[in-house]
Design a binder for this molecule. Structure first.
Ligand code: FAD
Ligand code: DLZ
Length: 514
């Protein structure tokens, strides 16, 4: 008999064609999947995220068994659970008398560095294979980035469109433009019909997992029920079908909109399935293209959707691995405040932040503009230490893994990488939220007030932020006119603005209600 190898499949590698499985054979090898405390607690993950992933892992183990694999699945409550992936690999090697370990590279520097040390630690060969689910390899991205003064997603995206022949007419972009973002900034109104994403039945496996998470994380953050997530590949595909049929046609128009009580609008709510391997990015892009070619969705929607996946998703992953393990420590704007407690409690008078935090606690989901322009912008204006902002985002969203979360948070939303991801900071006053949402209408603060007790906190904090960083941004042609506006303001207004900002920051520092 040939000695088996242990084939490790991580919780976000639930893809039948993942490299480690492709390099192994069901006749010889044993697949190891393990629920471990180390992964469940390295940040305080949302309880729904843990339950979603454990249930999806258990279903994937079953899928593999049906395909003929021997799967050694270690549950979190197994008495001898070693608590870490390394510990579980070690136990599995001993259990099966394995000759080596085969794994696919993980999505975080933390685990990558640890796994690179396993060969020495375990004293046997550990093969770490490239994750082929991404559409640009780390090396291809590094090649593209080499010698460029600035990395801009748009140019990377065009090359990706060309290499994959997506939305192309010969050498030209379909519809005559590479980017239809200009058409995609409509505020939503309540009269639109929003196609709520499907809710899936909580079957036995998920019920067991929900009980387990409730028992093991009684004080953890985030609501476990209601539980609406798909946990099998078939159901994730059904969620994708629903999106293409009902939401994609309007995805573009209302991509940046926010509405009180409407959590999904025309967003896909699919990133958690993509990121754990239940859905395939290229397949989703091709399906979107088909919707346009067959006349069921307009080009602005389809191009916008494809850009998010083929462009942004691949671009941020490239940046994450290119920038190195210290990326999450970057703090170019020297921000040092602790994260306000209301990011966890939702206890704030700002209707927009309250809505996003409440929704995040209930769903483990918020859409892009909520993440970027509400919780993200506020943290940056206040000057919260980026590392704390990063850990919050990595914890609270079901789709959060460092390769995708960190560039979005450290880079795009906090400008803590000094402009690697974004060409300017996403700073905005309350005006932006008022234009793109209906939150301000029901808010205790008045968005039109620039100063005074009732003024929307985003207003004075915006100016305070811009002035704190005038030296850095004053020469940026995309920001310079903001300073011209400030310089034209009357002295009394400027003084009142900065006084209000100081008082708000003092209140935040003292843990007072804002
Ligand atoms: P849709 O709006 O339907 O978009 C379609 C798909 O495009 C998404 O499913 C996603 O796969 C991809 N996508 C869109 N924007 C981005 C982006 N900027 N980066 C990478 N992929 C993108 N995305 C994550 O997957 N995990 C995260 O942890 C995460 N953290 C974020 C933190 C901040 C501060 C910001 C501003 C963005 C973050 N994003 C993250 C990107 C984006 O917000 C989510 O991908 C999106 O909200 C997921 O919801 P959806 O599936 O409904 O997306
Ligand atoms: C996020 C997560 C959680 C909560 N739990 C597990 C787990 O118990 N076992 C596992 O294999 N993976 C888990 N994951 C996903 C890993 O944290 C993820 O593979 C790494 O962060 C690399 O992306």
């Amino acid at each position: 008999m040939v000695t088996p190898r242990v084939v490790l499949v991580l919780g976000d590698q639930l893809t039948p064609g993942i490299a480690a499985l492709e390099a192994a054979t069901p006749e010889r090898d044993v697949v190891l999947m393990a629920e471990v405390m180390e992964e469940a607690t390295y940040v305080p993950h949302h309880r729904k995220k843990i339950a979603f992933l454990f249930s999806a892992m258990r279903h994937f183990a079953e899928e593999l068994r049906e395909a003929g694999w021997t799967v050694d699945y270690v549950t979190l409550d197994e008495p001898d659970n070693a608590g870490s992936l390394e510990g579980e690999v070690r136990r599995a090697v001993a259990r099966h008398g394995a000759a080596g370990v085969i794994a696919t590279e993980p999505g975080e520097w933390r685990l990558q560095t640890a796994m690179e040390g396993w060969e020495d630690a375990l004293g046997l060969p550990v093969k770490l294979l490239r994750d082929r689910r991404f559409l640009a390899t780390k090396a291809e991205f590094a090649d593209w980035a080499k010698g460029r003064k600035a990395l801009r997603m748009e140019y990377f995206y065009r090359e990706m469109r060309r290499s994959y022949g997506l939305l192309m007419e010969g050498d030209e972009p379909a519809g005559g433009k590479w980017n239809f973002d200009h058409d995609n900034r409509k505020p939503a109104d309540e009269d639109l019909a929003f196609p709520e994403p499907p809710t899936f039945q909580t079957e036995t496996v998920t019920r067991e997992v929900l009980d387990l998470v409730e028992a093991r994380f009684p004080d953890g953050w985030g609501d476990l029920s209601p539980f609406r997530y798909a946990v099998t590949r078939a159901d994730a595909e059904a969620a994708a079908d629903h999106f293409f049929r009902h939401a994609l046609p309007r995805f573009g128009d209302y991509q940046d909109a926010m509405l009180e009580g409407e959590r999904f609008l025309y967003h896909s709510f699919l990133s958690q399935y993509l990121n754990c391997g239940l859905l395939d990015p290229l397949d989703l892009c091709r399906r979107a293209e088909r919707e346009w070619r067959e006349g069921r969705a307009p080009i602005n929607a389809v191009e916008g959707y494809v850009r998010q996946i083929l462009g942004w998703r691949e671009f941020v992953r490239g940046v994450y691995w290119l920038e190195g393990p210290d990326y999450v420590e970057r703090n170019e704007l020297d921000a040092g405040r602790p994260l306000p407690a209301f990011y966890w409690t939702g206890e704030t008078d700002m209707a927009c932040i309250r809505a996003v935090v409440t929704q995040t606690r209930e769903e483990a989901y918020a859409h892009h503009i909520q993440r970027l322009m509400v919780t993200g912008t506020f943290a940056m204006l206040v000057g919260v230490e980026p590392r704390q902002v990063h850990e919050w985002y990595l914890s609270v969203y079901a789709d959060a893994y460092e390769w995708v979360e960190a560039p979005n948070v450290i880079g795009m939303s906090q400008f803590a990488d000094g402009g690697v991801v974004a060409s300017k900071p996403y700073a905005a006053s309350g005006n932006y939220i008022d234009k793109m949402s209906d939150h301000c209408a029901g808010c205790r603060y008045k968005v039109r007030d620039r100063t005074g007790e009732d003024a929307c906190p985003f207003n004075p904090l915006y100016w305070d932020f811009m002035l704190r960083h005038r030296e850095r941004f004053g020469n940026n042609p995309r920001v310079a006119r903001v300073y011209a506006t400030w310089d034209r303001m009357k002295d009394e207004k400027r003084e009142a603005t900065l006084r209000d900002a100081k008082s708000l920051l003092g209140r935040i520092d003292a843990g007072g209600r804002v």
